[in-house]
Write a protein that binds this ligand. Sequence first.
Ligand code: SF4
Length: 251
Amino acid sequence: MSQYYNSNRTRNLYDANSSDLFRLSRGRIDNFLNCPRCFYLDRKLGVAQPPGYPFNLNSAVDKLLKKEFDIHRANGTSHPLMNEYEIEAVPLAHEKIDEWRDSLRRGVTTQIDGTNVVITGGVDDVWVSPTGEFIIVDYKATSKDGDVTLDADWQIGYKRQMEIYQWLFRKNGFTVSPTGYFVYCNGNSDKEAFDGKLEFDIKILPYVGDDSWVERTVLDAIECLKSDDLPESGEDCDFCAYRKAAKEIEK
Ligand code: SF4
């Protein structure tokens, strides 16, 4: 077993009777929507799917973008991309910005009434409009032919991510613009040679979020965890197809 995976985890399991707070990240809410069964196996019983391994190049792009926007945050100025896209805002300077960006240990959080569950999310950035409205921003990096868009079915996860962050900030009492932005970096692989450099085209894609589904979904996820019954599987899951096929052969 690799150092990254424990197939029988005994920590961070949901226990409705515990007085300890139980952190449920926005990514786990997404897992619940995709398949309640795997969500339950993971969060309640400690048997999770093997993780994806870190996308270090994407992380490097995120880190550099953060540094770049931080310069404008410190100066109270708009980034040139914001001017190009006529977005009237500046990167938010707030004492908690680093806490909100720390998805692993802190993040933006809200505890659900009557439960020990705390929903958490780590934003990439928050901008602020002249009227004080928060604007949620997410950085994305890819390398593909043609323009980046938000049109593919699988990008529903990006949209949900944005909507959960918008909900979390509203739960914390902030006014949040329904329009968030994806700062989308597309690595250009059409160059004559690599030459040790990867250049990116950067676009800002607006997205109008609707967080009306979030609260209900969070409550459903908690109910799922409280239940003693293993929930049904999601549909069209490649992992399940693999598990079934392997089980048949091993009989
Ligand atoms: S369908 Fe099966 S393998 Fe896929 S996420 Fe659900 S329980 Fe896990």
